[in-house]
Design a protein around this ligand. Sequence first.
Ligand code: ADP
Ligand code: MG
Length: 309
Amino acid sequence: MTLDGLTKVYARQGKAGSKKALDNVSLTIRRGEIFGLLGPNGAGKSTLINILAGLVNKTAGRAEIWGLDIDKDQRASRAAIGVVPQELNIDPFFTPRELLEVQAGLYGVPSAERITDELLRAVGLYDKADAYARTLSGGMRRRLLVAKAMVHRPPVLVLDEPTAGVDVELRQGLWQYVRQLNTAGTTILLTTHYLPEAEQLCDRIAIINHGRMIACDTTVALTSRLDRKELRLILDRDLGTIPPSLGRYDAVHKGPRELVFRYRPSQTSAGELLDAARAAGLVILDLSTEESDLEDIFIELTRGGAEAA
Ligand code: ADP
Ligand code: MG
């Protein structure tokens, strides 16, 4: 899947000005991989997905799905993907079985080639096959939508925030199913604002913010770039100045009795910092550490100069 200079400007009705939701995004998703599009709310993730799904018209750029241009080969390119939308919109009076059958009909899948039962089993809804959709929980609806996206066995499955509103156990189940599909050959594109999800599932990750891509790399390379933690110490008395012996660490005063070290776990251990603080005569009453989160990644990456990948 190739995106080339994809741009979307939403016209704001009734108000002056418009919103550039996607700004010149180019990236390639390789066949067989699980690719993550990571970014905070409002970054432009759904806009990108909805352009691929044919639900939003792009302002500029090109996109190819499975080698098929979304403008020139509209029908074929849409048949090449299955999209699980962010919103859980399901007709409440359909049963899961009916929903999958109707969807298969829309895609022109002949009855003999339908895999309704197989899909219902795969997403753990076989025993709910004939229940009204309105009786399904949020997690079940999400899984039903995954099954719905797969009725025509597309080579590419696109999931927009697949685990939003899904509790922890079901999240694991959903991830497992996504991995299974991937192992069986399906290329996966998913969006998330939740770093652990991208970390656990994805081979490569693109980070977008304000419609711009600020990084695109393998998950391993990205997470090693995020090699940053903070150690916060609460001291027993006011600290006038930072002792000179701590000068070689990145330590800052956050309050009279609070000292914060920023460090790279791959290079410095928290133990070393504690030893150094004690050796400098500090008495530590309490401490905490903090991992870098998505916010830090953005700060880190944008500070280092936007990186077109
Ligand atoms: P994400 O999925 O990453 O949360 P979206 O793609 O939904 O981001 O939104 C990106 C930006 O575009 C946001 O500022 C959002 O308010 C705006 N936006 C999304 N859809 C529309 C629309 N239909 N009309 C106008 N602005 C929109
Ligand atoms: Mg979204």
